[in-house]
Design a binder for this molecule. Structure first.
Ligand SMILES: [Mg+2]
Length: 121
C-alpha cells in the first residue's frame, strides 16, 4: 500500500483529501503545516505528498526547500495544491522541486489523474 502525506492547514481539505485517497487505496497521514510535514517525512518518508501552499509556521514553498536540504532518504513525489488565484506560484513550486500540481477544489478523478502523472496511482 502506498503512503500519502496530506499537508494542509485546513482540516476540511485534509478530510476531503483523505477520503479520496483512501478510496484510491492509499494509506494516509496528515500534517497541518510544513514543519509537521518535515518531521513526518524524517520519521518515515511517504511515497507521495499532497502539499498546500499557504500555511502558517512553514509554507509549502519553505517545506519544499527544507525537504531538498533534508536527510529524507527516498525523495517523495510532491503534488502541489493551489487555487486559481495562486497560478503564479506553480512555476516557482515546480522549480523548487514539486512534480505536479492540482487546482483546489479537486475531485477524485482529477486527483487520480495527477497521481497517475507522477506514477503513484
Ligand atoms: Mg492553506
Amino acid at each position: 500500500m502506498k503512503t500519502c502525506l496530506v499537508v494542509d492547514d485546513s482540516k476540511v481539505i485534509r478530510k476531503v483529501a483523505r477520503h479520496i485517497l483512501e478510496t484510491l487505496d492509499f494509506e494516509v497521514r496528515e500534517a497541518c503545516d510544513g514543519r509537521e510535514a518535515l518531521d513526518s517525512c524524517l520519521a518515515a518518508a511517504p511515497d507521495v505528498i499532497l502539499l498546500d501552499w499557504n500555511m502558517p509556521v512553514m509554507s509549502g514553498m519553505d517545506f519544499l526547500l527544507a525537504l531538498k536540504e533534508s536527510e529524507v532518504a527516498s525523495k517523495p513525489k510532491v503534488v502541489f495544491c493551489t487555487t486559481e488565484s495562486g497560478m503564479a506560484y506553480i512555476r516557482a513550486a515546480i522549480e523548487a522541486g514539486a512534480d505536479e500540481y492540482v487546482m483546489k477544489p479537486f475531485d477524485r478523478d482529477t486527483l487520480e489523474s495527477k497521481l497517475q502523472i507522477v506514477g503513484m496511482a
